[in-house]
Design a protein around this ligand. Structure first.
Ligand code: HEM
Length: 423
């Protein structure tokens, strides 16, 4: 999981499609930083950019590096076209909105969402996040142990995002299946049968959401779905059903797996670094630093893609027009040129907040304030209520789900010695 520091392997010994490498990519990133900072993935033809300065430059240049790209084609080729056809026949094929658009079109969607995920809204939501976190801990604290991903990391953001969207908080298992279906065709190479089965799950979600949109058109409430279906920006058409489906898909996928990953990896980091956990328990003012450092160290979104709109050179490599460029946030966050001793986990690191786990520039994460609040509140309550925490079982090998994009832990069994003295 940590980079070993002494890397003797060669770039060609690794594959970013290998689940072991996806789970423990840091030796590979270190090699790429040194030898191939712009690395052409032989399996997909994508150009992977890994150095901090290069990733930042790509993210800030929307003209040369367009977001109008479908990663599904990069990973699943013709199979993705078939996937889109299935959606087209019985639901709504994916269209490009928000994260998959460039300015000025991007602004049409972004201004609607910025109204919802703002500082005030997150502040108002914080007591409720506390209540949900406490309820979840009530559910397992007396057992002295739990599987942390399913008992806490998954339901905390699941309930919050479901409620924000005006959906039923008791159906988070369904949300998780939807979220997986949305992300998989873009992040895992799949057989035709797998793609067809996944399309069925997405179709179920689309029809559920379509009924919700209809309902909120007639009975608007204070929730985000009502806001989106009834949004009227002067001089513009209302959002179409295809656009609404696309926005919801991005909110469910963007807001759920990412935060689950941050919670689970965050706790696992503390378990691997007990001295840092002790420091954090002794001084809760370090919480913010811990959250930033864990996002830097085990970035939940390892990378996303852009399309080169013209031939462009980065670090001596010419990227051809229309090539897919993968910006590897997680690698940039371990770049020694930006972060001293990058493979050291240090909750007191002075520049941890300079990480790019939420991206940078035009597409800077719309839900970052909400995500950070969920992490701050979640960890503050966990550490206040649970006594000494330790691993109850060795983590699986590899510890993370196979994915080119999201760094999600498969499971994390913990035990704790009883209630914290502070509780
Ligand atoms: C720890 C949790 C999270 C991480 C690590 C994360 C990461 C990211 C990253 C890297 C981007 C940039 C995409 C790009 O460069 O093209 C992004 C954008 C986005 N995120 Fe998040 N995110 C998190 C939580 C959330 C939450 C809670 C929501 C919503 C409820 C959300 C919704 C979105 C949306 C809609 C975008 C697209 C914004 C745009 O294109 O203007 N994310 N996120």
């Amino acid at each position: 999981m940590e980079a070993s520091g002494a890397v003797t392997a060669r770039v060609e010994d690794f594959s970013l499609m290998d689940p072991q490498v996806q789970s423990r990519p840091y030796d590979f990133y270190a090699l790429l930083h040194e030898h191939e900072p712009v690395y052409r993935m032989p399996e997909t033809g994508m150009y992977v950019v890994t150095r901090y300065a290069d990733v930042r430059a790509v993210l800030q240049d929307c003209e040369t590096f367009s977001n109008d790209v479908e990663l599904g084609f990069g990973v699943n080729g013709a199979g993705y076209q078939m996937y889109q056809d299935v959606l087209d026949q019985r639901g709504w094929r994916h269209v490009q909105t928000l994260q998959r658009t460039d300015p000025p079109r991007h602004g049409r969607y972004r201004k609607l969402l910025d109204q919802v995920f703002n500082v005030l809204r997150v502040q108002q939501l914080t007591p409720h996040i506390e209540e949900v976190a406490n309820d979840l801990i009530d559910g397992f604290i007396d057992q002295g142990e739990c599987e942390f991903v399913s008992a806490f990391a998954l339901p905390l953001p699941g309930i919050i995002i479901a409620e924000q969207l005006g959906l039923n908080r008791n159906e988070i298992a369904t949300f998780k299946a939807w979220c997986d279906a949305i992300i998989s065709p873009a992040s895992v190479a799949m057989s035709e049968a797998e793609l067809r089965a996944t399309a069925e799950v997405e179709l179920e979600m689309q029809h559920f959401l379509a009924a919700q949109f209809e309902d909120r058109r007639r009975n608007p409430g204070p929730d985000l779905i009502s806001g989106l279906v009834n949004a009227a920006v002067e001089g513009e058409e209302p959002l179409s059903m295809h656009e609404l489906q696309s926005l919801m898909e991005q909110l469910i996928a963007g807001g759920y797996d990412t935060t689950i990953s941050a919670l689970a990896n965050g706790l696992w980091l503390l378990l691997r670094h007990p001295e840092q956990m002790a420091k954090l328990r002794a001084d809760p003012a370090l919480l913010k630093g811990f959250v930033e450092e864990s996002l830097r160290y085990e970035s939940p979104v390892q990378g996303l893609v852009r399309r080169a709109t013209r031939p462009v050179e980065i670090a001596g490599v010419t990227i051809p027009k229309d090539a897919i460029v993968m910006v590897r946030y997680a690698a940039a966050n371990r770049d020694p040129a930006k972060f001293a001793c990058p493979h050291q986990f240090d909750i007191e690191r002075s520049n941890a907040a300079a990480h790019m786990a939420f991206g940078v520039g035009t597409h800077f994460c719309v839900g970052r304030l909400l995500a950070k609040q969920e992490l701050m509140t979640g960890f503050s309550i966990l550490l206040a209520r649970l006594g000494e925490i330790e691993l109850a079982r060795p983590v699986l090998d590899p510890p993370h789900h196979p994915s080119l994009i999201v760094h999600g832990m498969r499971e994390l069994h913990i035990r704790f010695s009883g209630r914290s003295a502070a509780a």
